[in-house]
Ligand binder design. Structure first.
Ligand code: MRU
Length: 362
């Protein structure tokens, strides 16, 4: 996607593969800065500190992290240690484990001297496939939006989204935002309600930034406003991404997604989840019981980051000294609250049968 007329992906190879370039998402929307990751430690740190974030982008960064480790030491021990180090950085999004396993399983049978090059090719393939999957999600979601909008001719089509599931969370296009970009480019009169998404405000900072750069009409709202807007007919559809979707279609996504699904159900508003196959965890059924929910620093709750009057990016304290914070980063929306899953292979019911229908070969 474009920033100031220039096309970007969120991750790219530098110096013929000796390092990996990324956009520092901790400074957006106030400062656009790139960083070079030139070791496995730096890749792990970038994931842990959310310089890069979003399930698909975390996976691709992990894959390149293995490549960087193997460039220094291609032994079995180094491969195993790098896998563990990267896999431990963020526990909820399953794309990380999926991408790490894919690279590890490909390179492990090879002679050590061939491993780094093979890891590079595989990580690049994962990145390219992610772009293709997200674009296909965009096409399938566009068809849904066009059908819903056609039922309300002459009005703006209002979509609500939570967190950031745009191109910054993937390699390009995004998951939940891909249909929005496609719809906007197709000339649909679309407007997006952007949940700020406390505590880290990926909506207010990243989704709003992306949509603004693409010229998509949008409005940032506090997380608690969605239900009210739905009651007053100002939301036609909700679309979100997911960090892990179970075999039966339970959806784990940024904290607060579940409440939006409940409000959407109460107001008979369709609630869609957009995802590539890499986000499906075929090993589990019950998302609430089985998905590990990342607990992040309470400081993300008690403090907030933004741009100060002097232009500097700063953090200020919100709550009283001594009041503890608690910060679960994700929640699970049960499949029964999901209208449909929008995948790169098509649109299906959020159910074991629905997913089997599309991915019977996996
Ligand atoms: O904690 P984050 O910013 O990595 O969380 C990201 C989300 O929850 C996204 O909505 C998600 O990764 C799915 S879409 C690409």
């Amino acid at each position: 996607m474009k920033i100031d007329g220039q096309s970007w992906r969120t991750i790219w190879l530098e110096e013929g593969g000796r390092s990996v370039g990324v956009i520092d998402q901790t400074l957006l929307p106030h400062r656009f800065t790139t960083r070079s990751l030139s070791s496995c430690d730096q890749a792990a740190e970038a994931i842990r500190t959310m310089v890069v974030r979003g399930a698909p982008l975390i996976g691709v960064t992990g894959a390149y992290g293995l490549m960087l480790a193997l460039q220094v030491d291609p032994s079995d021990a180094s491969l195993a240690a790098a896998f563990e180090q990267l896999n431990a950085t963020r526990p909820t999004a399953v794309n990380l484990r999926w991408a790490l396993e894919r690279v590890r399983d490909l390179v492990a049978p090879l002679p050590p001297e061939q491993r780094a090059e093979a890891a590079q090719a595989e990580a690049a393939a994962i990145a390219d496939e992610d772009v293709a999957m997200c674009e296909a999600i965009g096409e399938h979601g566009l068809a849904i939006f066009q059908e819903l909008a056609a039922a309300r001719p002459g009005t703006t089509f209002n979509v609500l989204t939570h967190c950031n599931a745009g191109w910054l969370a993937t390699v390009d296009w995004g998951t939940a935002l891909a249909p929005i970009y496609k719809a906007h480019r197709a000339g649909l009169d679309i407007h997006v309600w952007v949940d700020e998404t406390r505590p880290r405000n990926q909506g207010a900072s990243l989704t709003a930034y992306e949509l603004g750069r693409e010229g998509v009409p949008h409005t940032v709202i506090v997380d608690n406003a969605g239900g009210h807007l739905m009651q007053h007919g100002q939301v036609d559809a909700v679309i979100v991404g997911t960090d892990r979707t179970t075999r039966r279609g339970d959806v784990c996504n940024k904290i607060g997604t579940y409440l939006k699904a409940l409000a959407a159900r109460d107001n008979a508003i369709p609630f869609y989840v957009a995802l590539p196959a890499s986000t499906i965890d075929w090993q589990i059924d019950d998302g609430v019981a089985e998905i590990p929910i990342e607990a992040r620093s309470p400081k993300e709750v008690t403090h907030i980051q933004g741009r100060g009057p002097d232009g500097g990016i700063t953090s200020v304290q919100l709550s009283p000294d001594g009041s503890p914070g608690f910060n679960p980063a994700f929640d699970v929306t049960p499949a029964r609250l999901v209208t449909a899953l929008i995948t790169e292979r098509g649109v299906v019911a959020a159910s074991a049968d629905g997913l089997k229908e599309l991915y019977g070969d996996v």
